[in-house]
Design a protein around this ligand. Structure first.
Ligand SMILES: NC(=O)C1=CN([C@@H]2O[C@H](COP(=O)(O)OP(=O)(O)OC[C@H]3O[C@@H](n4cnc5c(N)ncnc54)[C@H](OP(=O)(O)O)[C@@H]3O)[C@@H](O)[C@H]2O)C=CC1
Ligand SMILES: O=C(O)C1=N[C@H](C(=O)O)C[C@H](O)C1
Length: 233
């Protein structure tokens, strides 16, 4: 299939390699300075760019009738606008804070654990995410997804990077060296702690998941998630 890469940084380059290995063709590499020329020839677009470019990249795909896989984080306040545009244009759309198989399994574990822990008020939850120092957004999109997974299955109501009030989940965001992405969810009581953790060793898992999502969406219309792609429900 013909792929348009919207964003050709650390992720775009790994996605290119994996896509070529799987027999696909790259018809556009969009960065900050070039145009969308070539987008309308693509079967699918994969957006791993920057928070300020995601909305424009995704909108251009819908206007060009090209389904889009978006991994960019930090633009969630515009998510509903993109859903509406997708519906208006009969487009195809998958946005995920994390495309790796491992993290999507971790999301399921997190929700399962949250359901159990909601019965025991002697434990409080907190989260830590560690990423490389070039990361623009904090907390990570994955940490926000993990917090939502807890909120939907417990009496917690929101997350915060500050000192947490009752019913708030504290997220600590650390920026260290070239760490690709580590997420930990901890339930603490006065006597013990229960911890689940996902450690990405590199960016291959994120990139492979995005290419698999791109292969999966061809011929489909609507808004989907990685749960659909990976058959997790
Ligand atoms: N969902 C997931 O599984 C994952 C999500 N991410 C997210 O993906 C995004 C990209 O990550 P990463 O590759 O590490 O970041 P990089 O900073 O390495 O790359 C970002 C790229 O976006 C480009 N860019 C800037 N402006 C535009 C624009 N207007 N249109 C298109 N491209 C543009 C930059 O171009 P230039 O160099 O010219 O500035 C650069 O090539 C981040 O939001 C990150 O959080 C990352 C890993 C996994
Ligand atoms: O910026 C990154 O690198 C990553 N971003 C995503 C996020 O914000 O959760 C996914 C992954 O953790 C790497």
């Amino acid at each position: 299939m013909k792929i348009a890469l919207l964003g050709y940084g650390k992720m775009g380059q790994v996605i290119e390699r994996i896509a070529l290995e799987r027999g696909h063709e790259i018809v556009l590499k969009k960065d900050e300075f070039n145009t969308y020329e070539g987008l309308s020839n693509a079967d699918v677009a994969i957006d791993f760019s920057v928070p300020t470019a995601a909305v424009s990249n995704i909108s251009n795909c819908f206007h060009a009738n090209v389904p889009v896989i978006s991994g960019t984080t930090g633009w969630l306040e515009h998510y509903d606008e993109m859903l509406a545009l997708c519906a208006a244009k009969n487009g195809g759309f998958i946005s995920s804070s994390n495309f790796s198989l491992g993290v999507n399994i971790f999301f399921e574990l997190n929700e399962y654990l949250a359901k159990i822990m909601s019965k025991f008020d002697s434990y409080t939850v907190d989260m830590e995410e560690i990423h490389h120092t070039q990361k623009l957004d904090a907390p990570s999109g994955t940490a926000i997804s993990l917090a939502k997974g807890v909120i939907e299955n417990s009496s917690y109501t929101n997350w915060t990077l500050e000192s947490p009030k009752a019913n708030e989940i504290h997220i600590e965001a650390k920026r260290i060296g070239s760490v690709p992405g580590t997420h930990t969810v901890t339930y603490n009581s006065s006597v013990d702690a229960i911890e689940i953790k996902h450690t990405a060793h590199n960016r291959e898992g994120f990139a492979l998941g995005a290419v698999i999502a791109a292969e999966w969406i061809i011929g489909k219309q609507g808004v989907f998630t990685m749960k659909d792609v990976l058959n997790l429900e």
